[in-house]
Write a protein that binds this ligand. Sequence first.
Ligand code: DLL
Length: 435
Amino acid sequence: MKRTNKIWNPERECADREEMRRLQSKQLAAMMERLYHNVPFYRNKLKEMGIEPGDIRDVDQLKALPFTTKDDLRENYPFGLFAVPQTDVVRIHASSGTTGKPTVVGYTPRDIETWAEVVARGLVMAGVNEDDTIQVSYGYGPFTGGLGIHYGAEKVGATVIPISSGNTRKQLQFMTDFNATALACTPSYAAHLGESILKEGIPPEKVKLRTGVFGAEPWSNELRREIEKLLHITAYDIYGLSEVMGPGVSMECECQRGNHIFEDHFIPEVVDPETLEVLPDGEIGELVFTTVTKEAMPLLRYRTRDLTRLCREKCDCGRTLTRMEKCLGRTDDMLIIRGVNVFPSQVEAVLMSMSGTSPHYQLVIRREKNLDTLEVKVEIDEKNWSDSIRVLEGIRKQIEANIKSMLGITAIIKLVEPNSIQRSEGKAQRIIDLR
Ligand code: DLL
């Protein structure tokens, strides 16, 4: 008998909305007590605002509560926001960040259990079960990707290959020799693995993959189709951030119409990033999470800087969990090119909708005479690279025209030869900002 069903935890994942609200309200009230009594940072904030923990009884009251930002985490480095004594913390993760101190997060045994539960739910959405062998090619270490997926996969009962990121040759060897049926890594690395299979001439029947869970960086639906074609799989989006838990905050189901947020643990809101007002469902804004069940480091209204919109309608898969649209990008990655706002994922969507280009590109931003300019470096696939200059010039002009018509910006297009843009084994570096 199969231990895994199509829905891992139907009671929670298909709960009636009113029932979910009641649960969230109860969890929020309990969280407020813990924050007030155990975390001086929150106690001071709440006192300043004249809020007593007992005042908060309903999830609707969230909007009256203070936000938490990445700077708050940095200022309380390393353990200032922990709500439990060190003896109760069994794991620490940290995200490096590009500047300053890393952000540190802690987990109690129950937090680890919750994390495995939500990742298990996510893997089941992607069709993973105990008959699968999953190659976990996210980095193992302070980054939450590797160990996060690992525990969820073991909970599902799948066979885990904890290969971590990097060493593409070995990845391909393990994938084929151990008959991996599922792959977990960043979408950019998945595309690279797919191309490497072709380049190495590995016969398609030796690759048994049928599903993949990809995330940790923004990626377009067009790149999804490219990965699905390269690897002959269905590619699912998994979203998360270390501050909130790690991978498994939300996950895409078979309908592939937005990621279901595991809102019995992470309550979502979308706010206007300028005014911080809560936006109605369907409007794009900054995603904010309140981690109502976390013990070691619960966060109140954590501003993710990720831009998306929410949909609370029941999904065709049967789940009632609120969905978030595929992330458009991060507020800090938004480029303003001569007044037009652009996200790298939008440029990617244009590139991937054309033939002749590869999924490897970089955006170079410069400032010339006080104006920002955007150069798009695009790798051309092997077949087209050997073509005549006239053909290449045609492709270049077509990219330029498509970017202009779809995004409304003029970009300088530079075609580069196959394999000249550095491959990333984790999160791809898409933006080179020379300003
Ligand atoms: O990237 C956790 C993770 C690991 C998620 C593996 C999915 C798979 P951080 O390193 O803290 O944690 O980075 C979090 O990455 O705020 C988003 O900006 C971005 N991100 C994560 N998943 C997605 C996704 C992990 N599916 C930051 N789509 C988040 C778009 C994503 N962006």
